[in-house]
Design a protein around this ligand. Structure first.
Ligand code: ATP
Ligand code: MG
Length: 350
């Protein structure tokens, strides 16, 4: 079980200010495909654990992204401890992982609510569960969100099958394009089921999803498409009355050039003589081709920075807190995940 980079987390927690999300029990992490949802969800779970919390990190897409991220064996449909964060020799917090699977969630649901233990397993054997969850895609989402709800609410129940109870649940969620429909699926169920236990369950789930205990964070890159999806996603979540949390800019780069230099480079006005002098000073060849190549690189860099600045402004205009995570040179391995967690703590997300 991973116990690395504790010092780094600890130094981050010394300088930490109060989390921006006190009172949130369900952190949903969405974003355009490939922007870093799984990575950010993992880092956030670690950051919350470093704060002393017991955290459940769950995924719903059957991809085993969490076990890969934490170098753990594949997760069964069962909550497994995947990281502990010690402090002063004692355990500060823990992260459990869960890969929610709709078939298993349905079987469990039938057992819990209708006490259909053996019958549910029999249904599963004849393929009825599989049938129920594939025939109507909405049913999958009802089951997946139902399980998330159960994990969040467990803390308030007196005794639930001796399972761990969680201070917070972090959900590595479906991408932005599907998030509002996914989290809001039970609103539709409540419309169909006018009375009875299904209606009550659907209402309870929607009440959680729309409460200040939920925050939906959107991961983006400083690129046109993900920023556009972030903006669309926020509009859809607001329309569904689901609380939007923060925007997390992942893979952010801070360039080496200062503002005046960038402006000069975009205007193609960098002093050529300075380049030649600098090359001579370092003993590098200062022929025309080299100088021209450097000026072109500088101009392209400046254009990219200008575009990123414009996208940052668009994100600012969305009116949500923004956190920024650097692009880590060696990719997001487990050690790097602790670094990203420390970064989130420092910026006040956890
Ligand atoms: N801050 C970072 N620095 C370096 N590499 C990163 C960082 N964040 C994510 N990555 C890498 O980018 C890739 C995509 O990240 P990740 O799997 O978290 O994205 P995702 O949004 O969950 O993708 P998908 O939509 O496929 O589920 C991974 O290889 C991951 O290791
Ligand atoms: Mg993922």
């Amino acid at each position: 079980m991973p116990k690395v980079n504790v010092e780094r987390l600890r130094s981050a927690s010394v300088t930490r200010r109060e989390s921006d999300w006190e009172g949130v029990r369900l952190h949903v992490v969405t974003g355009k495909g490939g922007t870093g949802k799984t990575t950010v969800a993992g880092a956030l779970a670690l950051a919350l654990a470093a704060d002393g919390q017991t955290v459940l990190l769950c995924e719903v897409e059957g991809r085993q992204g969490i076990s890969r991220l934490f170098d753990a064996p594949s997760l069964p449909y069962d909550e497994r401890r995947i990281a502990v964060v010690p402090r002063n020799g004692a355990t500060a917090g823990e992260v459990y992982g869960l890969a929610i699977d709709p078939e298993a969630a349905l079987t469990e649901y039938l057992e819990m609510y209708y006490h259909l233990g053996r019958a549910a397993r029999a249904l599963d054997k004849v393929g009825a569960v599989d049938f129920a969850t594939t025939i109507a895609p909405g049913v999958r989402d009802v089951l997946l969100t139902g399980k998330v709800y159960e994990a969040v609410r467990r803390k308030e129940k007196k005794r639930v099958h001796d399972r761990p109870t969680y201070d917070t649940v972090v959900l590595d969620a479906p991408p932005t394009g599907r998030i509002a429909r996914f989290l809001g699926v039970n609103a539709g169920v409540a419309d169909i089921a006018r009375v009875g236990p299904i209606r009550r369950q659907a209402d309870s789930i929607m009440a959680l999803m729309r409460s200040p205990q939920t925050a939906v964070h959107i991961v983006t890159l400083l690129e046109e498409m993900p920023v556009q999806e972030t903006s669309d996603g926020i509009a859809e979540l607001r329309a569904a009355r689901i609380p939007v949390g923060s925007v997390i800019v992942n893979l952010a780069r801070r360039g080496p050039l200062d503002r005046p230099t960038i402006e000069a480079a975009s205007a193609d006005q960098l002093p050529r003589a300075d380049f030649v002098a600098a090359l001579h000073e370092t003993g590098l060849p200062a022929d025309d081709a080299t100088v021209e190549g450097l000026l072109t690189d500088a101009r392209e860099h400046a254009i990219r920075v200008a575009m990123e600045d414009e996208l940052r402004t668009r994100l600012d205009d969305l009116g949500r807190p923004i956190y920024e995570l650097p692009r880590l040179a060696d990719g997001a391995d487990l050690g790097a995940l602790f670094d990203l967690a420390g970064e989130l703590t420092k910026q006040g997300m956890a």
